[in-house]
Design a protein around this ligand. Sequence first.
Ligand SMILES: Cc1cc2nc3c(=O)[nH]c(=O)nc-3n(C[C@H](O)[C@H](O)[C@H](O)COP(=O)(O)OP(=O)(O)OC[C@H]3O[C@@H](n4cnc5c(N)ncnc54)[C@H](O)[C@@H]3O)c2cc1C
Length: 890
Amino acid sequence: MSAASASETTKSGVQRVDVAVVGAGFAGLYLLHRLRNAGLSAVALDAANDVGGTWYWNRYPGARCDIQTTDYSYTFDPELEKAWAWSEKYATQPEILRYLDFVADRYDLRRDIRFGTKVTNATWDEAAEHWLLTTDNGAPVSCRHYIMATGCLSSPKPPEIDGVKDFKGKVYFTGRWPHEGVDFTGKPVAVIGTGSSGIQSIPLIAEQAAHLTVFQRTPNFALPAHNGPTPKDKAALLQGDRSGYREQARWSMAGVPLPQNTAYSWQLSDAERRARFEDAWATGDLVHMLTQLWADQGVDVDGNALLCELFREKIRGAVKDPETAATLTPHDHPFGSKRPCLDTNYYATFNRPNVTLVNLRQEPITSITATGIKTGKRTVDVDAIVFATGFDAMTGAILAVHPIVGRDGKTLAEAWANGPQTYLGLTVSGFPNLFMITGPGSPSVLSNMAVSIEQHVDWVVDRLIAMRDAGFSTIDATGAAQAGWVRHMADCATLTLHRLANTWYTGANVPGKVQGVMPYTGGVGPYRSICNDVVSRGMLGFRLTGPNGAAQCNDGEVVRLQPDVRLVLGMLAEMNLPPIESLGAHGARDFVNEFNEGRPAGRPVGDVVDGTLPGTDGPLPYRLYRPATPGPHPIVVYFHGGGWVLGDEQSDDPFCRDICRRSGMIVVSVGYRHAPEHRFPAAAEDAYAAARWIAAHAAELGGRPGPVLVAGWSAGGNIAAVTCQLARDRGGPQIDGQLLVCPVTDCTFDRPSYNDNATGFFLTRSLMFWFWDLYCSPADRVDPRVSPLRGKLEGLPPAYVVTCEFDPLRDEGIAYADALAAAGVPVQQLQAHGHFHSSFTMVDVVITSASGRAKMAEALRGFAGLPRQAERSDVEAWRRQDASPQQAAE
Ligand SMILES: Cc1cc2nc3c(=O)[nH]c(=O)nc-3n(C[C@H](O)[C@H](O)[C@H](O)COP(=O)(O)OP(=O)(O)OC[C@H]3O[C@@H](n4cnc5c(N)ncnc54)[C@H](O)[C@@H]3O)c2cc1C
């Protein structure tokens, strides 16, 4: 351990330090400890009069953590862990504050903290390479590095209601609760707001008050905490292997070690789902309820709706008055898209005779008078009003330091005029040497914050040490890196249901705030690995400078893949699989079958029927998927992928189900013959024969007689394209549209995507060479029946061509679409960014491909002359009910 260099005060009364930390909560305390140990002089400043941050300010009755306290703790020092034992599963605010006190004492942190000191503004001095912070109490601070540990939930939201000043009774804010406590005994009291703080405090205030009136704008989901001692199983896990447990937490999705759920809602019976739900209800663990029921609960509207309904049943069961129960029941957001709450007796409190619930959706507050609260329908006289109206989350405390002036006089408020933009949630381009702990763009509030805070602090302090050792004095994120992070954030947001709710996660609770999902939704473990990637790739996306012209900049975007594609490819890389082409055709087929067995089962459709149809040289198997809606439906003839060598009706089963469900059409997946047993043109001729037969037997198959559509993925896309050319040239069948997903269209390998994506994205260049060799002799390869790009393209059916950025076949797919358009064929293209060859067929694994699959289904419906499908009604309903952001969020 090296001794920290001392802070000094200049003649002009400025305090000089290497690093200024704003905030002395969980983050500020750990920062101070690490900075000192790194030999950097540091001061922390906090508006509060003591340590604790959140736990200093939030002293309202019932205030507790909602992540189990054994998880919500520092883990950086095993000795600290040994020295402290929590008394409860969810500790109260006083106990958590005692813990932070204990930490401050143990590491002697207070001597470098200036309490009661608010930082009011900050300016970067480019020449001196220093930040100058102005405070409302005492010396300004000049520092090389300025770290905002100002908290995500530390800026209480002011009430939006007129007349608060006229009220003659007492006004309290849960986020600024009096230290001496409040006695409500015998008083009429109002609580406005039913977010976490409201839900925790209402039962306790109701026990004291003569009468409690609760004003609710948006009901929230709350589950019983079942508080008590630390659960035995958790304690045993920790005792058994504390460091292993902590390490698992660091790489988990939410910062709490829980397994990845692999069972999908549609694989479970009603009884099984109910049993899982009851188990979670009895467990009293938010993270468990948020992640452990079924794999699609947090990513799929249908999977989530099943959980919401079980939850609503509980509310109806707990609240005796049906009207009150209905008012308390959330319908306007998917479970988990808004932070659910842990409660103790919350719903039962509304059965008390001294508690009234007012639904502000039906009777908004019109004013606060000298004696109470007026709505359109009633006047409620009270002695005290408690505002439990939440926080200007994530950005509130950061932007309250105003202005923060970065390079070229630009302020942070200007830089964030369209919403917060950061690199990694830790830095902002144009604001050198400024760091934020749990800033917007970090996992922060979607995680166990103790784990996230430690990771952020370690990453930042390690960078400062590395910069010092390498002789760099400034660090600034590049614009490209930041733009890449913003895009990655948006990609991640499509993965979850957070985008469907108006909440403080999206800024919707603060009138006029720019809206967008602010925390990083990609998970704690993936985030950690990305931060590590930035370092291992030479501080990717940062410009470092130092004295005498020292400079370094590896510019670039740290994540270009879709987040789920990144995870899938990461898992495949970890499996260290042999190249498929090294297994031989039979071995490769066995491998693919085994691989497919491990994936989620496809979703239910109306009916699935296996059959055979005549091919060019004997019967071919097919599998027919019929929608659950009344027919007759148009038919899509589908050809699976697998390089003309692998695959069958089973291999593309989830994709076919998805097309059937989304498009509302029959899908007939045809098992054509494979190479090397049956080389070119067997697959193409089988496909053509199948399309012909299916079109001729449409009515018999329960489909709509007349033209069919064709679709295919990869080599299946190749033979779908070829089938269209053959049908045009050989007198039918009539094909009204072609959906080509990542199709093979040409036999040359010199387009850039073959080189850019030659390895690392599952379908490799050498695997494609192997497929070609097995299927087709070099002489045959220019035949349009295998290289449709070389065929005549005029007069072909309209096409929807899908290509993926990280696919060797990308450029030939685009070339085919462009050539079709040039030949006068109506073409739409979907060039999917961040996706790889298998993205669209890995249904329910690569969730970010769902919107692309919805577009494909729309295209198919368009080809078949069906009307556009209305947006998913439940999503619509959620959006409609949340029409006004001001009304929606608390
Ligand atoms: C009621 C409640 C319960 C919570 N429960 C959990 C939980 O169970 N699990 C979980 O993971 N998270 C929980 N959180 C989130 C919680 O905020 C974090 O876990 C954690 O405490 C944040 O620590 P921090 O140091 O980053 O910020 P904070 O604890 O918010 O500390 C920030 C400090 O910065 C100071 N500050 C801000 N601006 C300035 C300025 N301009 N000048 C000087 N000082 C300034 C503030 O006064 C404050 O003391 C909860 C939050 C609340 C409100």
